[in-house]
Ligand binder design. Structure first.
Ligand SMILES: CC(C)(COP(=O)(O)OP(=O)(O)OC[C@H]1O[C@@H](n2cnc3c(N)ncnc32)[C@H](O)[C@@H]1OP(=O)(O)O)[C@@H](O)C(=O)NCCC(=O)NCCS
Length: 203
């Protein structure tokens, strides 16, 4: 009983403390944000000339002891010069890494499982003669990623450049998504393929 009470108080203090530090980080990085909850402090690597907006109801888990899967990496947001990262409202994520070099836009009511990675570029040119030269970054391909409303991305999945995930669709655990996914479908595997329609039952 006493241990439970101590744990509860510890959690409350941690939440408050995490929020204070994260509020400061958001402020100095010019992140536009609304009401959010964070357990632990995420990592921000944001250009001074980028756009980052987080809608209300964002929940971030950054510490293994409070992440269901116990993954140890913090949520990390990397946004390059002139790029944008826009998150709608009611998005939950644990230990997620998002790297926007051009544009990553998410809608509302989205669950992103532990250890998911979302990127909008290859980070390198695909031409070996560019590697380890200044041409590498200049020739890398970036294509916008869009994740629409009511999407559930299973743990450890990777969402690659140019992908749109339709509303009410689900990505199975451990998938590598290379192609766009229509509304109301469940896809999975590497590369992710159609599994079945997502039959939505009204409650
Ligand atoms: C995608 C998912 C929702 C499907 O669950 P389900 O509706 O119960 O579906 P089933 O288990 O009946 O599987 C249906 C088919 O999809 C395949 N499948 C299920 N999960 C898969 C995966 N992760 N990767 C590839 N294929 C998968 C099954 O093998 C099965 O294939 P078959 O029809 O050829 O036999 C579930 O497997 C899943 O990945 N959940 C995500 C869990 C998660 O990551 N939670 C977040 C934790 S933080």
């Amino acid at each position: 009983m006493l241990i439970r009470a101590i744990k509860k108080i510890k959690f409350k203090i941690l939440r408050k403390f995490s929020k204070k530090i994260t509020d400061f980080l958001f402020f100095i990085n010019k992140v536009e944000f609304e009401k959010y909850v964070t357990i632990g402090v995420p990592i921000l690597d944001l250009s001074s000339e980028c756009t980052v907006k987080f809608g209300s109801g964002l929940i971030m888990v950054n510490l293994p002891q409070y992440a269901t899967l116990g993954k140890s990496n913090k949520c990390k947001f990397v946004v390059s010069k002139n790029a944008k990262l826009i998150l709608g409202s009611n998005i939950g994520m644990s230990n997620v890494v998002i790297v926007a070099t051009k544009s990553i836009v998410m809608g509302n009511n989205i669950m992103i499982g532990g250890g998911v990675t979302v990127v909008d570029s290859d980070f390198h040119s695909l031409n070996p003669s560019h590697w380890h030269t200044n041409e590498d970054e200049k020739n890398m391909v970036s294509l916008p990623v869009i994740i629409k409303d009511n999407v559930f991305i299973g743990m450890d999945s990777i969402i690659l450049k140019g992908v749109t995930i339709g509303s009410n669709s689900i990505i199975a655990a451990g998938s590598v998504v290379t192609k766009s996914i229509p509304d109301n479908e469940i896809w999975g595997g590497n590369p992710a393929r159609f599994i079945k329609n997502n039959e939505i039952k009204e409650i």
